[in-house]
Write a protein that binds this ligand. Structure first.
Ligand code: HEC
Length: 187
C-alpha cells in the first residue's frame, strides 16, 4: 500500500514537471480556447456590423463620464454670468480645512496673476509677462458678486476674455473652496 502511494506521488511529480513548458515562445495547451481568445473585434479593425465600418464607436449622444456634472451655462456672456450667480450656491461651508484647501488651490491657479493678497499684483503682472492688470479680488466689485458669478468666471473665464477659463484645470469642488478663500482675503 505504502509503495503504491510512493509510486503515485512520483508519477504525479513527473507529470507536473512535464507540464512545465521550456519553450517560452509557446504558451502551451489552452484550456477552453474560446474563453482565452476573445472573439470580439480588435479596436482598430474594420467591423462589418456598422455601416461606417469602424469598430470603435463614439459614446451615445448626450453621454457623460461617470461623476461628471455638465455645466449648464455655456457662454462667457453677461447673461450667463448673472444667471450662474443667481442659481448656483456654494455647497461647502467655510471651515478651517476648506479655507486651507482653498488657499492651496488659489496658490496653484490664481496667485500668479491675482497676487498673494488678491490685490491683482501677482508675479505674472509685475514681471510684465502678463500685459494687463488682473482685477483686485478684495475690492467690492468682486466681493459684492454672488459666489455663483465668481464660480462662472473661474469656469468660463471673464466676459472680456482677458482672464482665461480654468474649468478644465480646477475641479468643481475646488472652485468653491477657492471662492471661500477669496472671501476670506477681504476680511
Ligand atoms: C493669467 C492671469 C490670471 C489667472 C491665472 C487668473 N486670473 Fe482672474 N483675472 C485676470 C484678469 C486679467 C482679470 C480681469 C479680466 C477682465 O476684466 O475681463 C481677472 C478677473 C477676475 C475676476 C473678476 C471677473 C469679472 O467679473 O470681471 C475674478 C472673480 C477672478 N479673476 C478670479 C480668479 C480666480 C479665482 C483665479 C484662480 C482660479 C483666477 N482669477 C486666475 C487674470 C487672471
Amino acid at each position: 500500500m505504502k509503495k503504491n502511494v510512493k509510486i503515485l506521488t512520483l508519477l504525479l511529480v513527473l507529470v507536473s514537471a512535464l507540464a512545465c513548458n521550456r519553450d517560452k515562445n509557446h504558451p502551451g495547451y489552452t484550456f477552453f480556447p474560446d474563453m482565452a481568445y476573445s472573439t470580439a473585434y480588435e479596436t482598430y479593425t474594420t467591423s462589418p456590423v456598422f455601416k461606417d465600418g469602424f469598430t470603435m464607436r463614439l459614446p451615445a449622444e448626450g453621454a457623460i463620464p461617470r461623476g461628471f456634472q455638465p455645466y449648464p451655462y455655456k457662454g462667457k456672456s453677461f447673461d450667463d454670468q448673472v444667471s450662474a450667480g443667481l442659481e448656483l450656491k456654494n455647497p461647502l461651508v467655510a471651515d478651517a480645512q476648506i479655507l486651507a484647501e482653498g488657499k492651496a488651490q488659489y496658490e496653484i491657479f490664481c496667485i500668479s496673476c491675482h497676487g498673494a493678497e488678491g490685490k491683482g499684483d501677482g508675479h505674472l503682472y509685475k514681471s510684465k509677462l502678463f500685459p494687463v492688470q488682473p482685477r483686485s479680488l478684495v475690492e467690492p466689485f468682486v466681493q459684492n458678486k454672488p459666489d455663483g458669478e465668481i464660480y462662472h468666471v473661474i469656469t468660463m473665464g471673464s466676459i472680456s476674455g482677458l482672464m482665461g477659463a480654468h474649468g478644465s484645470q480646477v475641479h468643481p469642488e475646488n472652485r468653491w473652496k477657492i471662492i471661500h478663500y477669496v472671501r476670506s482675503l477681504s476680511k
